[in-house]
Design a binder for this molecule. Structure first.
Ligand SMILES: [Zn+2]
Length: 187
């Protein structure tokens, strides 16, 4: 199967679902990671958004390499993600890029604007993946969307209805590739 983690920020994957992705990879599945933003306001110790983005993309690339994941950055500005036709098109492109059987994404109820918008748009564009008349730069996917599963992970006010038990040394190492970050209005 193809497994896609489509999240708002670098580190969302490592904090929440890297162990799950490792389990999928160890079972022989292909892993894809797409990030709506590069987390470019996620540090108060750096002097520019560009420096933050470069640092966080480098960290994310190292973590993705450890996961054996293919990686795509959409590079929208951190904390400024909005639901526009352009953003929907790029998220649809990312879904079609991975042609996933399973999608892991943010929870639309999170206070973080980026988490909420990312999670909401991923759910919306799934309905469009099989439509050839929807604007996109990628091939349409099979119309059989019933085989796809989508799991959303809240990062605040935790009350999961399901959790995956992971115990993996590599999962612990992945955290070392992500620095503590500052989020302006919550994670
Ligand atoms: Zn986040």
């Amino acid at each position: 199967m193809n497994i896609l983690a489509l999240c708002a920020h670098p580190d969302d994957v490592e904090f929440i679902c890297a162990g799950t992705l490792l389990k999928y990879r160890e079972a022989g599945h292909r892993i894809f990671i797409a990030l709506a933003t590069s987390g470019n306001i996620g540090s108060n110790s750096m002097t520019s958004r560009e420096e933050v983005a470069r640092t966080r993309e480098r960290e994310q690339s190292a973590a993705a390499a450890m996961l054996g994941a293919e990686l795509k950055f959409l590079r929208y500005d951190d904390q400024l993600l909005t639901d526009t036709p352009e953003v929907r098109r790029e998220i649809l492109n990312a879904v079609r890029w991975a042609d996933p059987d399973v999608i892991l994404t943010n929870y639309p109820g999170d206070n973080s604007t980026d988490h909420a918008i990312t999670g909401r748009i991923v759910g919306r564009v799934l309905l469009s993946c099989g439509s050839k008349l929807i604007p996109s730069d990628r091939r349409m996917m099979a119309e059989d969307l019933g085989r796809k599963r989508i799991y959303r992970f809240p990062q605040e006010n935790w009350m999961p209805i399901a959790a995956i038990s992971v115990s993996n040394e590599l999962a612990a190492q992945l955290f070392q590739h992500q620095q503590p970050v500052h989020h302006g209005d919550g994670r």
